[in-house]
Design a binder for this molecule. Structure first.
Ligand code: GLU
Length: 428
């Protein structure tokens, strides 16, 4: 669960302000980029299965679209807030820019808990959402995608309602569609695999052999699962995985010192990433408190759940053995913790760089959709690898050259590209 003591949008702005100082950005450009181009807040009345009507709060925000149509997922979460969506849409702008794909930043969210809703209720919610938004999204304006607790099925309900309203088949209005219905092979794996491509490059430059490394992961949703799978396939050892337990409504850390088997864990989790405790015990996993993942003696920490998990309060719990924090979630580290990570000499692979594989594959989905010709999974993943490797080295080289923190270097690369677009367009 996200830490309520921190506001993600304050964090996103603090990170931006710091990078803007390093870049010596002029005031008008700062004013433009600290704000959103468009914010939509609305309520959705939805008929529930029991005959009552429930009112859901929903949002869609475009942070910046100077580099291309705005792009970003739709989150379903009971703790969703206006400022979470604001922060996430701003991070999408930097994410698309750091991997140099021609897209801007957006994000949507609905305050709801799909774990307690039937599929029919979720379908009505998705259709209601796009009925309100249909005139403001589209392949040339703003293109949604899946995010926390949404998937290809939600995208298809949204697309179907949109196409019913517009009277055309326009699969390019949304990405993350199921394979065979305009989706790209490799989209499911893309974010997690992208995380590991960055991590692998990072280990190379640090001259560390992946085979000798261990990792601890927070989360076991789609991103965490495919991060764990790829990391294990490349020879790393996942010591533990921490995740929310739906039955007990608390988080647990599942540990196996000789290495967790990601496929085995995936076979005992539900579709929201909650691992079945009894089945894990039967398979020989130790069950520890939810925050135990953070203090494990490992080389790599991979926060792959929600925002505000690594804070100055918990930082002392991190083992001295940790060499890399590889952020797979969006915004898992608070800005007041960055100086501590830097002082401790821990290498950071910042979120909007390491988790950009998902949106990169969304971009590939758009490209394939435009051609109406679909690549093999291997082609998609090979192209993804090239984009992620290049992006990592671009950021790492700048960090080396200027002797700066990796998050600052990633921001500098991304902001410069966006600034170039807004200036060339004549916005500032
Ligand atoms: N929700 C993903 C992210 O945060 C993917 C967004 C997209 O594909 O547009 O990067």
């Amino acid at each position: 669960m996200s830490n309520p003591n921190y506001n993600p949008f304050d964090n996103a702005r603090a990170q931006f302000d710091h990078a803007a100082d390093l870049l010596d950005l002029d005031q008008s450009t700062r004013d433009l980029l600290r704000q959103h181009r468009q914010e939509i807040h609305f309520t959705l009345p939805v008929k529930m299965d029991d005959g009552t009507t429930k009112i859901f709060k929903a949002f869609r925000m475009i942070h910046n679209d100077a580099r291309g149509p705005a792009k970003g997922g739709i989150r379903f979460h009971p703790n969703e807030t206006v400022d979470t969506v604001r922060a996430l849409s701003m991070w999408m702008t930097w994410k698309c820019a750091v991997v140099d794909i021609p897209l801007g930043g957006a994000k949507g969210g609905i305050i709801c808990d799909p774990r307690t809703m039937s599929l029919n209720e979720q379908e009505r919610l998705c259709r209601a959402y796009i009925r309100r938004l249909h005139s403001m999204v589209g392949r040339h304006t703003d293109v949604p995608a899946p995010d926390v607790m949404t998937n290809g099925q939600h995208m298809m309900w949204i697309l179907d309602e949109y196409e019913t309203i517009t009277g055309q088949r326009t699969p390019g209005m949304i990405t993350g569609k199921p394979v065979g219905l305009g989706g790209s092979l490799g989209r499911t794996e893309a974010t997690g695999f992208g995380v590991v491509f960055c991590l692998r490059e990072c280990l190379k430059v640090l001259d560390i052999n992946m085979y000798k490394t261990t990792a601890s992961i927070q989360g076991f949703g789609n991103v965490a699962e495919y991060t764990a799978r790829k990391y294990t396939e490349l020879g790393g050892r996942v010591i533990c995985v921490s995740c929310w337990n739906a039955a007990d409504k608390v988080a647990y850390t599942f540990r196996k010192l000789d290495g967790c088997d990601p496929a085995e864990l995936a076979s005992i989790k539900d579709s929201y990433g909650s691992i079945d405790k009894e089945k894990a015990i039967a398979l020989g996993y130790e069950v520890l408190p939810g925050d135990a993942w953070l203090s494990e003696d490992v080389d790599i920490l991979i926060p792959a759940a929600l925002e505000n998990q690594i804070t100055p309060d918990v930082f002392p719990q991190i083992s001295k053995q940790v060499k890399i924090i590889c952020e797979a979630a969006n915004g898992p580290t608070t800005p007041d913790c960055d100086p501590l990570i830097q002082e401790a000499g821990i290498m950071l692979i910042p979120d909007f760089l390491s988790n950009a594989g998902g949106v990169t594959c969304s971009y590939f989905e758009q490209v394939q959709g435009n051609m109406n010709y679909y690549w093999s999974k291997q082609e998609v993943l090979d192209k993804l690898e090239v984009v992620m490797d290049n992006a990592f080295h671009n950021v790492f080289d700048l960090a080396q050259k200027k002797n700066i923190y990796m998050r600052d270097a990633a921001y500098m690369v991304a902001i410069e590209r966006v600034v170039n677009a807004v200036k060339t367009r004549g916005w500032v």
